[in-house]
Design a protein around this ligand. Structure first.
Ligand SMILES: [Zn+2]
Length: 699
């Protein structure tokens, strides 16, 4: 599925298309994505606040380093827990939410006759995941039928049906087929074929030539070898097979688009139909593949990466069948190595993905991972109970009011732009008016009645949940788009904009302290949650989102001249972020992070405008201090304090190289450097580090 623009870097390298199954598909990454809590998290010591004066370090000049000024107190209070690759305010809240989910799950796990159908499913799935003794005792036995299927593959003719089956049970081999709105007509769902099949986080891991990247590839190969060893292969065979896996994946990676190239939807827009696509795959029967999946054998399709599919076919033509089988076997083991296979697999998977790649020192406790697993597998069954308990209707209304105020601010902002023509402004306003606001949770909950969850069968449950998700997704093809569906579960601490739906989505799990609180004033709430709402809204007008019209069609509504002016202004930010060296030798990628940086800057500016308007109407005394700070100062501090995060160097490197979000320090300081209103609020001198001579500005 085409990407949604999310808010937090915590959804690290987990593509939107697999959000619902991320924990299963990328077991160890999920540990950093849904990072754990410090030992004390069982009972959070202090109340979480949006503006927290006790976190401020007065020994730091706010005009020197505003991030340190706002967050040093938090850093002192929150040493990085051993089971985390990064720990910040997003994880602080995610851990609290996870504790709440645990309480729900532990109650549901008690086998009482009074349980509802959903309680049986979430409770028994949690219990199955927690039962390590049973999982260890079964060993690889539940996976034997699948391993046997791969072993028994006789020729390429059998591959399409086998691959379709593996995709159904969540094995991410070679490519992916999903449903997606048509780029040309966003009201209709079509078949969407995309590149996939890599075990490292993304394609550049296979192509970079610096010493660290070469070392990471060696470590990856050693990891694949260990997994084969655990599956019973000899040392020699496992070593040989691991080399085969790396060779095949490297070939696929080289034919795949970079993450930066994927940011331009035009690079992914290659309309075709299923029958024509079949013709470019002479060595792979697409007809056989879709028949096994019960997916459409005809009709409109998008081939997101033609170069990749050509290489996939060429690879099948010249690769010995035994090597293809080795590759499939690895991806099968990899997909289940998390919480469904014995601890030895789980441990080895953690060791490579969380420890080696991202620096975590200790594996997360089992209950944390099992809670995340149920959230990702049956998120709307678990989430329904969650919102009943933790998201009262008044919170929904408050968020909606703030969203409407920020949308009005964006209208005033568009009106006031000196670089945009009246013609383009009309279209921009139309798009803004068409944005749909989705807050908290789905209006209609997903129906899980056909998913069978069996207590004591962790691996079988994982397979059945995948099959359910796959069937649900493919059934959408050929039908009208359902804009009310959600891509994140309700307890998620994140938010997103969907360019093809033109909607903003704020899950209930995020609309909580320390990001939003009914007990605090507008200065704090607009600086924090207001800037997030503005961020998501601005995604509709960033370098990617601006290419979609009010209905979500990929259709250019800009005049040539305005387009040029937008690009010139955006280039200022590309250069600004390119210049930042996040870890020695690794600079940020200004093009990869452009959309997020535009959204951060535009979002904060819109929140500021909306709040100023509201404060004036309410006659807020701008000179009156609270906790030693004026309302304006508290607005900026609340903004900065959402980003307080401790990050291990390994994780920082991963993020700088591959994440579309800049590291949190720059999401604070660099964004504020581009807003002279900030420097005014703190009376910074022109020569201060937080003041730059030529700020960048688009929205
Ligand atoms: Zn974003």
């Amino acid at each position: 599925m085409f990407r949604i623009a999310d808010f937090s870097s915590r959804a690290l390298l987990v593509p939107a298309s697999v959000l619902a199954v991320a924990v299963l598909a990328l077991p160890a990454l999920s540990q950093t994505a849904l990072a754990g809590a410090p030992a004390s998290a069982a009972a959070p010591a202090a109340e979480l606040k949006v503006f927290d004066p006790t976190l401020i370090d007065k020994s730091v000049d706010p005009c020197e380093n505003f991030y340190r000024f706002s967050c040093n107190g938090w850093f002192q209070r929150n040493p990085l827990p051993a089971d985390q690759a990064a720990y910040g305010r997003f994880t602080e809240l995610a851990e609290l939410n996870r504790l709440h989910l645990r309480q729900i799950l532990e109650k549901a796990a008690k086998p009482a006759a009074s349980r509802t159908a959903n309680e049986q499913k979430i409770g028994d799935e949690y219990a199955s995941c927690m039962d390590v003794a049973a999982i260890d005792k079964l060993g690889l036995q539940p996976l034997q039928p699948e391993l046997k299927r791969i072993e028994e593959l006789q020729s390429l003719e059998g591959l399409p049906a086998l691959l379709a089956h593996l995709h159904t049970i969540g094995v991410d081999a070679f490519f992916g087929l999903g449903s997606n709105p048509d780029f040309a007509d966003s009201s209709q769902v079509i078949s969407y074929y995309d590149a996939a099949g890599l075990g490292l986080p993304e394609r550049d891991y296979y192509t970079r030539s610096d010493a660290k990247s070469v070392e990471q590839r060696q470590q990856y190969q050693a990891h694949v070898q260990k997994i084969f060893l655990l599956a019973g292969d000899s040392e020699v065979q496992a070593g040989k097979d691991a080399a085969t896996v790396l060779a095949i994946e490297t070939r696929l990676a080289k034919a795949s688009l970079t993450m930066t190239d994927q940011r331009d939807p035009q690079n992914l827009n290659h309309p075709t139909d299923v029958a024509s696509l079949a013709k470019v795959l002479p060595h792979f029967s697409l007809r056989g593949y879709v028949a096994e999946l019960h997916a459409p054998a005809a009709g409109k399709a998008n081939n997101a990466q033609p170069k990749f599919f050509a290489e996939f076919d060429a690879l099948l033509a010249d690769t010995p069948l035994d090597q293809v089988k080795v590759y499939l076997r690895w991806h099968l083991l990899h997909a289940y190595a998390g919480t469904s296979l014995p601890e030895s697999f789980d441990q080895e998977s953690w060791n490579f993905y969380a420890h080696t790649l991202n620096g975590a020192e200790k594996q997360q406790e089992r209950w944390k991972r099992c809670t995340s697993r149920v959230d990702s597998e049956l998120g709307e069954a678990l989430g329904q109970v969650y919102v009943e308990r933790y998201f009262p209707p008044r919170e929904k209304q408050r968020t909606l009011d703030m969203t409407l105020a920020i949308e009005q601010a964006m209208e005033r902002d568009i009106d006031s732009l000196d670089w945009m023509s009246a013609t383009t402004k009309v279209k921009a306003r139309e798009k803004l008016h068409a944005v749909m606001n989705k807050i908290g949770y789905p209006e209609k909950w997903r129906d899980y009645s056909t998913v069978q969850i069996v207590r004591g069968d962790a691996l079988g449950n994982q397979m059945r949940v995948h099959a359910f998700d796959e069937a649900r997704d493919l059934a959408k093809i050929g039908k009208p788009v359902d804009k009310l569906e959600w891509q994140m579960t309700p307890p998620t601490v994140n938010a997103y904009y969907d360019p093809q739906m033109n909607n903003v989505n704020f899950p209930a799990g995020y609309l909580q302290p320390p990001f939003f609180s009914g007990k605090e004033d507008d200065a704090a709430n607009y600086g924090d949650m207001g800037s997030t709402i503005g961020h998501e809204l601005t995604h509709g007008f960033d370098d990617e989102g601006r290419q979609f019209d009010k209905d979500g069609n990929l259709l250019n509504w800009w005049t040539k001249d305005d387009e040029q002016k937008f690009s010139d202004r955006a280039d200022c930010m590309v250069k600004q972020y390119d210049a930042i060296e996040a870890v020695p030798g690794v600079h940020l990628n200004g093009k990869l992070t452009l959309g997020e940086n535009l959204a951060d800057l535009g979002g904060l500016w819109l929140a500021w405008m909306a709040w100023q308007e509201k404060a004036q109407a309410a006659h807020v005394d701008m000179a009156a201090k609270m906790d030693g700070y004026t309302p304006e100062q508290r607005f900026w501090i609340a903004y900065a304090q959402q980003w307080c995060t401790q990050t291990r160097p390994e994780q920082l490197r991963t993020q700088a190289q591959s994440n579309p979000h800049a590291p949190d320090e720059y999401r604070t300081n660099t964004v504020l450097q581009d807003l002279p209103e900030f420097a005014k609020s703190f009376r910074c001198k022109k020569t201060a580090p937080m003041v730059v001579p030529k700020p960048c500005r688009v929205w």
